[in-house]
Write a protein that binds this ligand. Sequence first.
Ligand code: ZN
Length: 376
Amino acid sequence: MLPDIEKLLQLQTADQEIRKLREEIAELPKRIVAIEQRLAGTKAQLEKARAAAKTDEANRKKFETAIQDLQSKISKYRDQSLEVKTNEQYKALLHEIEFAQQEIRINEDRILEVMVNAEGREKQVKVAEAELKAETAEIEKEKEEARRVTAEDQKKLAEWNAKRDGLRREISEEVLRRYDRVLKFRGSGLAEVRDHKCMGCQVMLRPQTYNEVHNSEQIVFCDSCQRILYFDPAHEPKPQPVAEPVHVKRRPRPKPDATQAWFYRPDYGEFGEVLLVFTNGEGAATRCLYDMHSGRQLGDILNREGNYHQAFPEDLTDAAIRLNGFWEEEEMEGWAAEMPSAALDLLHNDLRAAQREHERPHKERPAAPAEHSAAT
Ligand SMILES: [Zn+2]
């Protein structure tokens, strides 16, 4: 790998870290605002409860004053009743007194009602006060945590910035200029080459461009996206014995007791040609289906009790061809909905080898159990 490319890869990591940290730092004030909004909500509730208690108190006073007024009215009527001349005037005063007494009773009821309410209100205020206190403490803790994370991020950011500056000094100016420009417009300035493709824009490279990148002779740019191209030998599919010509080396036999077993079926209903992979787990087996040509996953992963022979007998017909192939579970989870072309190529090659083996006359094959098509 060219030294500039190695430095650029490190620079890319630094740029990504810096961007991530900046985003995280920008998020923190928003988090604090959200925290404070929550606190403001509790405060408003407490204010409301307090205001309601105040209104109750004012109402109670109003009703008490009304009662006093009515009582003084009644004694005034009583005084007047001593001086009236006619029976009718007397009756009218009695009527007024009765009316005032009725009003007093109404006000007394209202006061009682307010007092009953006040007990509930007091509880509400107390609950709201306790909530506010707890929340304030909690929020202080959260804010403190947010401040701590920000400070940590700032420190990391400063470190990455220093690292970035150092790396930039070691890369040639012309390369940096192109890297920066593409980074600005495309979000990344580098792209790996895999399977003759630029992984940045997924466009196939011209053979000459591919060779230049592959041989690490010079800095090469993708014709279509302008990213700086590099080649990582670690990502090349490793040559497998199954890919070698059959006459040189015999195809290895798939182990019948393997926990993972791949099969090819040429006739899988509506799907046609498919690859099946069974995995034996603890007391259960799973089955996953892939399209033979695109490597795309078909349908859902099935899970049944028993080993795969017991669990999926309907899949293991005479037409099923057992293939060599093993990938770690984590790796396969990483495939998501489509198996990588390297894996697909290996299975295709092994299928061809299996079919060739099958076609050859028996005498050419050394004595070995005919297992290629068996689901043993
Ligand atoms: Zn490209």
